[in-house]
Design a protein around this ligand. Structure first.
Ligand code: PEP
Ligand code: MG
Length: 616
């Protein structure tokens, strides 16, 4: 069953003359989102915005009362945020539907504040020792029954009001149990998954062989959900306004992840075009596959290193297939996702060992935990000083958190050091903003190494290099000073663009302003790269820019020679490298860096790529 707001929006969308119907069948409807992960899919919609089955009843102990009340408070806050967002999206619906839905959503927001429902549920948690979700369900049912028992002629109105209370209880339950995607066992193979929002942790649980494609209302191009979907090779569009109101479970659709387009109820001609696109895709894949064994070498003989980013171990086979020269960014967040406790040192040792053994003697750069911001992980919530301030992205995240909770960092350093002899390891620190943070981390690193040596662990004679992510404007502008503390740089252009432009990388509403080609971002990349090159210190780019072949000439021209990207992007970037001359790239980069308008830069980038393909 759909949510009530969803049903009304559906009804309104269907009544809209624009989507319309032809010969009794719904007419084709195209919706545009953000192109996040390429690939064409013809399939049926599996809409996850449907209400979950009732959560099982759960009793709690007296000690758990406060924790359940906090969970309830957090779920109410999240639900308010979701409903408020839904409100901002009303403009995509026909006017009539907007007029009807707006007061309803306002009522929902009120019910998620200091309402009888929430006060009653809080009370039940403490007095009846019930879990938050059980208390919400019981209280909602009691209120609904009281409404239905009220005297009056307007039976339809009473039914509606009772339905609204139950609807809000369902939303709260969904957020309290936070398991919508873990229960995707019933999804038919080949489905196009449609959701309001997919968190990075949800995305990590998707099976690429099963879910054919993903489309969501929320999300931005370089958020972690997008990165995860690209890594898994699942075609996807995010930030697609109006999608959940328009798409229903079982609808036929064509999704084009490269074009950022989903077509509902496609006409036969659309399906034919999609099939042609699929055939062209297969041909292109076969052609790029032939590049696997060829070197990433420019026409003037410069070797370029193309490495892979790894978000979950399931990607390891893809990394081998893509012909990556090692892992340039191992995001260790996967170890901390979708679990209720922290992984201990031994569990981490096993995880790193598996990656290092799979990679043989190819270099592997392991980044220590980058928790915070949008990478919300349950395991860390307890006992860890999580940033709850108004701007989590500016709060306690990345290295800041690890330095405040040094035991986390010590355990991770120890686990990495214990397996470092198995391969060529480097360790990377996320979200550095001041040089002293690197110095502090190094002190801990060396202390851990001394302790392990005393214990008789076989550590490499020379400790693995300790590098810094350059992903804030502050770090980029202080790159000279940070370079004196760090052994290498990895430039994270995703966060760098977000912090430079003050645009959340995962926020659909401002996605149009998120632009790594903004001259301010490019200048910071140039500044940090040059600071490293002056000291002959290794520097790589590991943000999503690295995997865009259109940007390869510019980044080579700025002096970058090591790129780390999602594995599936490697063949195309290699193809680009093999058609380029470093002198041409340097001249082109100088030209780009003289520009002040991102649109002009985009034009130049496209023009240069066209020139190269014409010459080839
Ligand atoms: C970046 O910010 O560019 C980066 C590579 O790190 P992450 O995407 O994991 O934040
Ligand atoms: Mg980052």
């Amino acid at each position: 069953m759909k949510t009530e707001a969803g049903q009304k929006a559906d009804a309104a969308a269907k009544a809209d003359p624009k989507p319309g119907r032809r010969n009794g069948k719904p007419a084709e409807q195209r919706l545009v989102g953000i192109a996040v992960s390429p690939g064409i899919v013809i399939g049926t919609i599996y809409d996850t915005t449907e209400a979950p089955a009732e959560a099982p009843r759960r009793a709690i102990t007296a000690e758990a009362v406060e924790m359940e009340r906090t969970k309830l408070q957090d779920a109410a806050a999240l639900s308010r945020k979701q409903v408020s967002k839904l409100k901002t999206r009303l403009s995509v619906l026909p006017e009539e539907a907007q007029e009807e839905l707006e007061p309803l959503l306002d009522a929902y927001i009120l019910m998620l504040g200091n309402s009888r429902l929430l006060r009653g549920a809080r009370k039940r948690i403490g007095e009846e020792l019930l879990s938050a979700e059980t208390a919400v369900q019981d209280e909602a049912e009691a209120i609904a029954q009281a409404i239905l028992a009220a005297k009056g002629d307007d039976k339809a109105g009473l039914n509606r009001r009772a339905g609204e209370v139950r609807e809000i209880a369902r939303r709260l339950t969904r957020n309290l149990t936070a398991t919508p995607f873990r229960s995707l066992k019933g999804v038919p193979a080949g489905a196009i998954l449609v959701a309001d929002e997919l968190t990075p942790a949800d995305a990590a649980l998707l099976e690429p062989g099963k879910i054919a494609a993903v489309a969501t209302e929320e999300g931005g191009a370089d958020g972690h959900t997008a990165i995860m979907l690209r890594a898994l090779g699942i075609p996807a569009i995010l930030g697609c306004h109006g999608l959940t109101a328009a798409a229903q479970r079982g609808d036929m659709a064509v999704l084009d992840g490269g074009a950022g387009l989903i077509t509902l109820h496609p006409e036969p001609a659309t399906i034919t075009r999609a099939k042609e696109g699929l055939a062209a895709q297969a041909k292109e894949r076969a052609r790029l596959g032939k590049l696997r064994r060829l070197p990433a070498e420019t026409t003037d003989g410069q070797l370029v290193e193309l490495q892979a980013n790894l978000e979950i171990p399931a990607e390891l086979p893809l990394i081998a297939q893509a012909g990556a020269q090692g892992i340039g960014l191992l995001r260790t967040e996967f170890l901390f996702m979708n679990r209720e406790d922290l992984p201990d040192e031994d569990a981490q040792v096993e995880a790193y060992r598996a990656v290092l053994e799979a990679m043989g003697q190819d270099p592997v750069t392991i980044r220590v935990l980058d928790w915070g911001g949008e990478k919300d992980m349950e395991a860390l919530a307890e006992g860890v000083p999580v940033s709850t301030g108004p701007n989590p992205a500016l709060g306690l995240r990345g290295l800041r958190l690890l330095l405040k909770r040094p035991q986390l960092l010590e355990e991770q350093f120890a686990a990495i050091l214990r397996v470092a002899h198995l391969g060529q390891v480097r360790i990377l620190l996320p979200m550095v903003t001041v040089p002293s943070e690197v110095a502090q981390a190094r002190e801990i690193y060396e202390r851990v190494a001394r302790r392990l040596r005393r214990r008789g662990e076989a550590l490499p004679e020379k400790l693995p290099p300790l590098g810094a992510m350059i992903e804030t404007p502050g770090a980029a502008l202080a790159a000279d000073a940070i370079a004196l503390e760090a052994d290498f740089f990895a430039i994270g252009t995703n966060d760098l663009a977000m912090y430079t432009l003050a645009v959340d990388r995962a926020e659909a509403e401002v996605a149009h302003l998120y632009d790594p080609l903004h001259p301010a971002v490019l200048r910071l990349v140039q500044f940090a790269t040059e600071a490293a090159l002056r000291l002959r210190m290794p520097v790589s780019i590991c943000g999503e820019m690295a995997g865009n072949p259109l940007l390869t000439p510019l980044l080579l021209g700025l002096g970058v020679r090591t790129f780390s990207m999602n594995a599936s992007a490697i063949p195309r970037v290699k193809q680009a490298v093999r058609g380029l001359d470093i002198g041409d790239c340097a001249r082109f980069a100088r030209r780009v860096m003289e520009q002040s308008d991102p649109a002009r830069i985009r034009e130049l980038v496209a023009g240069f790529a066209e020139g190269v393909s014409e010459r080839a």
